[in-house]
Design a protein around this ligand. Structure first.
Ligand SMILES: [Zn+2]
Length: 235
């Protein structure tokens, strides 16, 4: 159930049952020529909808902006600063808590390490202020790593992400024409980090398929339901 599809009166009634509230955080980011800019948004939104249906949870309105480093100069990537990311997430979480939420899941489709640190800092600040609140923060890609498939060399916009998109948004995505390569600059900090990904993606996105995507998405949903039950108790 999407939180903002309820009326104020329905919402108030729904919150009396103390549902788990899932907050999907996406991004607007370049993902090669074969995937849409909303790639990192539609993945956690789909997982959030599926998980909420399984556990009677609510899905908070998604945030479709994130912090970006390696793709920041690519056309279509819209980025927040790290501090803004932390503050906007913290504000939204506190507002959900003031509306009665006490079990929160922050689910990020963008798995950039700095971005995830900003989300973790936001959650840590909220928990410090409201110690009785339970919050979980993760990327759906944290759960993908447990899926039994060779993931070596697969990355941003690669085989796994493209497969997931072909299942979730078939009209917006397609298999790439060739493998995407990563070009290392070692430990150098450079002004043009996009040169690390000449085709805008990394991995065998030409081998992606929607059937694998469905298996991956189902697997993530299943794993997240398990994690929620383990962390929040039976719900
Ligand atoms: Zn992505």
């Amino acid at each position: 159930m999407r939180l903002d599809e309820l009326s104020s009166v329905e919402f108030e009634k729904y919150m009396k049952n103390k549902p788990v509230v899932i907050f999907p955080i996406g991004a607007t980011e370049a993902h090669g020529a074969h995937l849409p800019l909303c790639t990192d948004s539609v993945q956690p939104e789909r997982i959030a909808d599926d998980v909420a249906e399984r556990i009677g949870g609510l899905v908070a309105p998604p945030l479709r902006y994130a912090f970006h480093s390696s793709t920041r100069n690519m056309p279509g990537t819209l980025t927040l600063n790290l501090d803004t990311t932390k503050m906007v997430v913290q504000d939204i979480l506190e507002s959900l808590i003031q509306n009665g939420a006490d079990k929160l899941v922050v689910l990020s489709g963008h798995a950039g390490s700095s971005h995830l640190v900003a989300l973790k800092q936001a959650c840590a600040a909220v928990v410090k202020k409201y110690p009785e609140i339970k919050i979980m923060v993760l990327s759906d890609y944290d759960l993908v790593r447990d899926y039994p498939i060779d993931q070596a060399g697969d990355g941003h916009g690669g085989k796994i992400e493209t497969s997931r998109l072909m299942h979730i948004a078939p009209t917006l995505s397609r298999r790439a024409e060739a493998k995407g390569h990563y070009v290392s600059h070692g430990y150098m900090v450079i002004p043009n980090p996009e040169t690390s990904m000449p085709s805008g993606y990394v991995g065998a996105a030409h081998e992606a398929d929607a059937e694998l995507g469905k298996k991956l998405n189902d697997f993530i949903t299943e794993r997240l339901v398990e994690e929620i039950k383990q962390s929040f108790g039976e719900i």
